[in-house]
Design a protein around this ligand. Sequence first.
Ligand code: ADP
Ligand code: MG
Length: 251
Amino acid sequence: MAIPAPDHRTTHPPIVAATNVTKVYTRGSGPGRFGRLLGRSEPPTVEAVSDVSLTIQPGEIVGLAGPSGSGKSTLLHLLAGLEVPTEGSVQFQQTDIASYSTRRRTRLRLEEIGIVFQRFHLVDSLSARANVALPLVELGVGRRKRRERATEMLDRVGLGDRLGHKPGELSGGEQQRVAIARALVTDPALVVADEPTGELDTETGEQILAEFRRVATERTVVLASHDRETLAIADRIVRLHDGTIVEQGDE
Ligand code: ADP
Ligand code: MG
């Protein structure tokens, strides 16, 4: 790179880095009877991410762009430790996440990584506050502290008056704000969001983006989207096609 890197890039180690990461999925469990009749012995596989290297610095908002099926969600899941690479490595705060046990990786994810999904992934039977408190339940935080913290987070996303509402009693935008509050409740260093505005109308989507901008003043955000307006909040765009990076913007 010819342009000298800004200071924060050189003085801080990356928060998360992927090095030559490949993720291969197996479709189905085997060739099946029909496959065997056709003489197939191996289940078909798909290389969702191919030899991707990417470094994310603290404080950045990085947008993962690319058409449907280009590997955005897979890369996001790899960066968030939801999946482990087939080849290559993902280092979270300079430690290879594959070196962790499943249990430690889960804990790391709960403590340091907040995840927001397109379809909110809230538990229908629980109140907004109980949904937000879920990661704290898993971390063994006491009930009183959980309620306090979840209330604070819901206040912060403008839902202080919706604590007892269940997801079914909330609008799509409100549900996504609950999901954002849940992603932030453990005060994670990294927040990843997969098509966070994908289910929302334009105006609600804009409110959610404003929320992410606020989030990003305090932490690192990686968001996958094929929506231009969503990607516009990113400092840097990484564009995928067929599982490989075809363009990596530099702020
Ligand atoms: P995007 O988010 O950009 O739409 P994905 O990461 O979801 O892309 O998918 C990339 C490729 O990997 C696609 O061909 C998709 O069908 C495949 N894929 C994704 N997840 C799985 C999975 N769990 N099992 C099998 N194939 C998968
Ligand atoms: Mg996707």
